[in-house]
Design a binder for this molecule. Structure first.
Ligand code: AHG
Ligand code: MN
Ligand code: MN
Length: 330
């Protein structure tokens, strides 16, 4: 298992060196084009995906990989070894922030292979979050940090560029009892349901009792927003919307984003929900399935569920077929 993890940290170091040179790569890319080197500049999320696929695909104990960047799972065919682990990842989270020098991240989740065949299959990937063996993320911020849990608490490791290794810097992270921040894209407010609007007003201290009055912070890279809220306390939400009746499920991806961060939240004493119940209990139906996501301090996420129960019955009715897998999200 540590051999597998070292594949992830190796990929993370490769990705962070590319992220750090993102602006320079653009300059070099244009020179390359002028000199007709024949090598076109690749987008950073493609490079990040390749780094992970290559570092993990040769570890021997990885049977299947699934990436946000690939339509289908990648089955690893080994001659001698049986890959008993399944690794699912969002190689680069926060793509819209790459070109503007704002933190981005990598999210990963590790399952055990459950199918009977020699090689891995889709059923190995489509497992609920409560069966995860481990999960984590790397945030490429003012420093590069890996936050990770194998089910015994959440631990943070900071990359020491001088040594070239991740060193334990944050042992046993617990989400603080007193939350400080709420994080959501306010630009989407016109599409929010009544329950989400009231929940937001409650977070601001404008609705109901026992309101927490939080500050608002939104990076637009969920890894960075989640990381800040994990260390300082708070809630991130990307709800479903009411504008498009056929799309009540929001934007976040269950397999590549919500499961891993939900697992970390629960390991740190927090909670993640799709607005109805625990994200980790959801049985995935398709690889790129989307879900509404509320994640952070348990009491804040449960308050969101309560507002939805009270005001959003119409939205619940529209969302349930997607949750059950009767209809696929796009
Ligand atoms: P990705 O870059 O992997 O596609 O994910 C982007 C996600 C998430 O990181 C972020 O929180 C959210 O999209 C931001 O979306 P909006 O720009 O709609 O707020
Ligand atoms: Mn993402
Ligand atoms: Mn991505």
């Amino acid at each position: 298992f540590s051999w597998l993890l070292s594949g992830i940290t190796l990929a993370a170091k490769i990705i962070q060196s590319k992220v750090q040179r993102a602006g320079l790569n653009d300059i070099l890319g244009s020179i390359d084009q002028r000199n007709v080197q024949g090598e076109t500049q690749q987008k950073l999320d493609v490079l990040a995906n390749q780094a992970l696929l290559q570092c993990l695909g040769r570890r021997g104990n990885v049977g299947v990989m699934a990436s946000e960047e690939n339509e289908e799972p990648v089955v690893v065919h080994q001659d001698r070894c049986h890959g008993k682990y399944v690794v699912v990842f969002d190689p680069l989270d926060g793509s819209s922030n790459i070109d503007v020098n704002v933190s981005v991240g990598t999210i990963f989740a590790i399952h055990r292979k459950i199918s009977a065949g020699r090689h891995g299959a889709l059923e190995d990937v489509l497992q609920p979050g409560n069966r995860l063996a481990a999960a984590g993320y790397i945030v490429y911020g003012s420093s590069t940090m890996m936050v990770y849990s194998a089910g015994l608490g959440v631990h943070g490791f900071t990359l020491d560029p001088g040594v070239g290794e991740f060193l334990l810097s944050h042992e046993n992270i617990r989400i603080p009892d007193e939350p400080r921040y709420y994080s959501a894209n306010h630009g989407n407010e016109r599409d929010w349901t009544e329950g989400i609007r009231r929940f937001t007003r409650w977070l601001q201290g404008l609705e109901g009792d026992a309101a927490p009055t939080l500050s608002h912070r939104y990076v637009g890279s969920m890894v960075a927003d989640f990381h800040r809220n994990l260390l300082r306390g708070g809630v991130f939400y990307y709800p479903g919307d009411q504008r498009e009746a056929n799309k009540p499920y929001g934007k976040m991806r269950l397999m590549f984003e919500a499961q891993a961060l939900g697992f970390l939240a629960s390991q740190a004493g927090g909670y993640a929900s799709d607005g109805i119940g625990d994200i980790l209990e959801l049985q995935p139906h398709t690889l790129h399935q989307r879900v509404p996501l509320f994640i952070g301090n348990r009491d804040l996420v449960e308050q969101a569920e309560a507002f939805i129960r009270e005001y959003d019955q119409e939205w619940i009715d529209a969302y349930l077929p997607f949750r059950r897998g009767a209809v696929a999200t796009v």
